[in-house]
Write a protein that binds this ligand. Structure first.
Ligand code: ATP
Ligand code: MG
Length: 580
C-alpha cells in the first residue's frame, strides 16, 4: 500500500477526523438495515391479516424519522471526509512549492515546467480524491457489505446468503486485474498531460516569436498532436473504467437470479416466509452499492497511488548542494578570493572556467570582460552558489564559501542577472522583491540611482503600473534599469551586474555607474560587460577567454599591455565617435 505509507504523516495528523467520518458511516450503514426489516415485517402482517392502523402509522413515522436522522449523519460525514481531501491538496501544494524553492538550476534543467505544473494540479488532485472519495468507497465496501451480510445471515437464512453471494469472489479477481492496468494507463495519461502543459506554456510565452516567424500553423499542428495523445491516453483509462460498471451489473444480476430462484424454493418449502424473501432481495439490492464502491475504490486508489509515486519522485530529489553541517560564522564579507577555480556545468563536458584566480578587497570593483561565451556569467554565478563547486577554491573573508550557510551568502548579494525576470506585478512590487517592506522613499531613491525616474514619470500609473508578464510593456533598457533598481534597493554588501547595462545608451550607463560608485562607497561591486567603458574605472579587470583569464590589470595596465582589451577598447571608442 504505497499510497498509505507515502501519506502516513497526513493520516496520523487527521486520524480523529477519519475516525469520526468512518464511525458515522458505519452507524448510517447499520441504520439503513432497519427499513427493509420493517417493510418485510409489515408485509408478513398484511399476509396474516393482523396489521392494525396504529402499527402502520407508527411504522411510517419511524421510517420518516429515520430518514431525517440519516440525512444529518450523512451530511456530517461527507463534510468531515471531504474536508480532509481538500486539506491534503492544500498541504501537498504548499510542500511542493517549498520543495521547488530549495531546488537548484540542475533540477529545473531535468524537470520541465509543464510536468511540475501537472504534479501540482492533476496529480495532487488525484491524491486528494483518494484521501476523500477513495476512503469513502473503501468504508462503504467493507462496512456496507459486512453489515448487510450479517443482517442477512442473522435475520433470514445463511444458506440463501451463501448461494446468492457465490459470484462475488469472481468480481474481486477481475477487478484487481483491471486495477493494475488502470494504474499503468493512468501514469501514461498524467505524463501526457504534463507534456501538454509544457507545450501550452511555451506556446503562450513564446507567442511573439512564433508569430514573427509565422509558425502559428506549425505550432497548432504540433499542439494538436500533443492533445491527441492526451485524449488517447485518457480514453484508454476511461475504457477500463467503463468495464467496471457492466461487470458489476452482471454479477449482481446473477446474484438476484440465485436469490429469487433459490429463495422461492425455500419459501415453498416453508424454510423462510415470503416477507423474509422480500427483505432478502432488498438487502441484496443494498449490496450493489458496496460492490460498485469496491470497483471505484480500486480505480481511485490506483490513480492516487500512481500520482503519489510521481510526486514522491519529485520530493526525493535533493538539491545538489547542501548547507555545511557546521556553518562558519562570517559577520561581513571582506575579501573575495578565487584560487585556481575550475568549474564544469553538470550537463557540460568541458569546463566553463579554468584555473581562475583573483583577489578583491571589500569596497573594490571588479570588471569581467571577454568574448561572448567566455565564462563571465559563469564566474558571477559561482558566488550565488547555484552549482556545487570544488572545495577550497573560492573564499570570502578567508573562509571557503562552501563552509558558509548558502542563505547567508545570498543575503550579501544583490544580483542583476543577464536575462531579466520580472513578475506580472506593479513596478514598485517588482523593485521591492528583495525587500517587501521598503518605504516609497527608499524605492524612489533606488529608481533614481538606476536613472529610471523619468521613464516612470511617463507611465500611466507611475510606480503602480503593472508591467505585464515578464515585463512585456517595458523596453529592454527599462527592464534592465528596473532590475538594477531592485538590486540597489537592498543595499547589499556585494553587487553583481551581469551585462546589465547593455541595452542603455552610453550616457545613461555612465550616469548609473556614477550613482553606484557614489552610493556604494566601501562596498564591493562585480561588473561583467561587453562595453568596456563600463569597467574602465574598476580596480581590477579580468579578461576571459574560453574560461581562462588571458589578461588582467587596471584599465591603464591593460591598455599598456596592448592585448585583446586594448584592441577592443580602441574599436569601441572609434565606433562611439562615429556614432556621435
Ligand atoms: P555572454 O557574454 O554571451 O553572456 P558569458 O561570457 O557570460 O557569455 P557564460 O554564460 O558564462 O558566458 O557561458 C560560458 C560557457 O558555459 C558557454 O560555453 C556556455 O555554453 C556554457 N554554459 C552556460 N550555462 C550552461 C549550463 N547551464 N549548462 C551547461 N553549459 C553552460
Ligand atoms: Mg553572460
Amino acid at each position: 500500500m504505497s499510497f498509505v505509507s507515502r501519506l502516513k504523516w497526513f493520516f496520523k495528523e487527521r486520524w480523529l477526523y477519519y475516525a469520526v467520518a468512518i464511525s458515522l458511516m458505519t452507524i448510517v450503514s447499520l441504520l439503513q438495515t432497519v427499513p427493509p426489516k420493517m417493510i418485510g415485517n409489515t408485509v408478513d402482517r398484511i399476509r396474516s391479516g393482523n396489521l392494525t392502523a396504529s402499527q402502520l402509522s407508527s411504522t411510517v413515522l419511524l421510517l420518516l424519522g429515520l430518514s431525517l436522522l440519516l440525512y444529518v449523519l450523512v451530511f456530517i460525514w461527507i463534510t468531515t471526509l471531504y474536508g480532509n481531501s481538500v486539506l491534503i491538496e492544500k498541504l501537498l501544494r504548499g510542500r511542493f512549492l517549498a520543495h521547488l524553492t530549495r531546488m537548484t538550476p540542475s533540477f529545473f534543467q531535468r524537470n520541465n515546467t509543464g510536468q511540475l505544473m501537472a504534479l501540482a494540479t492533476n496529480d495532487i488532485l488525484a491524491i486528494g480524491n483518494t484521501a476523500g472519495y477513495g476512503v469513502m468507497t473503501l468504508v462503504n465496501t467493507v462496512v456496507g457489505a459486512s453489515v448487510v451480510i450479517i443482517t442477512m445471515v442473522s435475520l433470514i437464512d445463511y444458506k440463501l446468503m451463501i448461494a446468492a453471494l457465490l459470484p462475488l469472489p469472481l468480481l474481486a479477481v477481475v477487478i484487481s486485474k483491471l486495477g493494475k492496468r488502470v494504474r499503468t494507463r493512468f501514469l501514461a495519461a498524467q505524463d501526457a498531460f504534463g507534456t501538454m502543459n509544457n507545450h501550452a506554456l511555451e506556446s503562450i510565452s513564446g507567442i511573439r516569436v512564433i508569430r514573427s516567424y509565422v509558425q502559428e500553423h506549425h505550432d497548432l499542428t504540433a499542439f494538436d498532436s500533443v492533445t491527441t495523445d492526451v485524449l488517447e491516453r485518457n480514453r484508454e483509462v476511461s475504457s477500463l473504467n467503463a468495464l467496471f460498471q457492466p461487470l458489476i451489473s452482471i454479477i449482481v444480476g446473477i446474484s438476484y437470479t440465485i436469490g429469487i430462484g433459490y429463495g422461492s424454493y425455500l419459501v415453498f418449502h416453508k424454510e423462510i416466509t415470503l416477507g423474509q424473501l422480500i427483505s432478502f432481495n432488498i438487502y441484496l439490492g443494498m449490496l450493489i452499492w458496496p460492490m460498485i464502491s469496491f470497483g471505484e475504490f480500486i480505480n481511485v486508489l490506483q490513480r492516487g497511488s500512481a500520482s503519489a509515486d510521481r510526486l514522491q519522485t519529485a520530493f526525493d530529489e535533493q538539491p545538489d548542494l547542501a548547507d555545511p553541517a557546521r556553518p562558519a560564522s562570517v559577520a561581513r564579507p571582506e575579501r573575495i578570493e578565487m584560487k585556481g577555480l575550475t568549474f564544469t556545468y553538470p550537463a557540460a563536458n568541458q569546463p566553463s572556467l579554468r584555473d581562475v584566480k583573483f583577489q578583491l578587497e571589500r569596497g573594490q570593483t571588479l570588471g569581467i570582460v571577454g568574448r561572448t561565451g567566455s565564462g563571465k556569467s559563469t564566474l558571477l554565478k559561482q558566488l550565488l552558489r547555484q552549482y556545487p563547486l570544488e572545495a577550497n577554491r573560492l573564499f570570502i573573508s578567508g573562509v571557503p564559501i562552501e563552509q558558509i550557510a548558502i542563505d547567508r551568502v545570498k543575503s550579501w548579494i544583490g544580483y542583476v542577472p543577464q536575462e531579466h525576470l520580472l513578475l506580472s506585478k506593479s513596478i514598485s512590487d517588482n523593485i521591492a522583491l528583495g525587500k517587501p517592506d521598503a518605504s516609497e522613499e527608499e524605492i524612489r531613491r533606488a529608481v533614481e540611482m538606476a536613472s529610471f525616474t523619468s521613464d516612470i514619470a511617463g507611465m500611466p500609473e507611475g510606480l503602480g503600473t503593472i508591467v505585464g508578464e515578464n515585463g512585456v510593456m517595458l523596453s529592454g533598457g527599462q527592464k534592465q534599469r528596473l532590475a538594477i533598481a531592485r538590486a540597489l534597493l537592498i543595499d547589499s554588501e556585494i553587487l553583481m551586474l551581469d551585462d546589465s547595462l547593455s541595452a542603455v545608451d552610453a550616457r545613461t550607463e555612465s550616469e548609473i555607474l556614477h550613482n553606484i560608485r557614489q552610493n556604494r562607497a566601501g562596498k564591493t561591486t562585480l561588473i561583467s560587460t561587453h562595453r568596456l567603458s563600463a569597467v574602465s574605472h574598476a580596480d581590477w579587470i579580468l579578461v576571459l577567454d574560453e574560461g581562462r583569464v588571458i589578461e588582467e590589470g587596471t584599465h591603464e595596465e591593460l591598455m599598456f599591455f596592448g592585448g585583446w582589451y586594448k584592441q577592443q577598447w580602441d574599436r569601441q571608442q572609434m565606433e562611439a565617435s562615429l556614432e556621435e
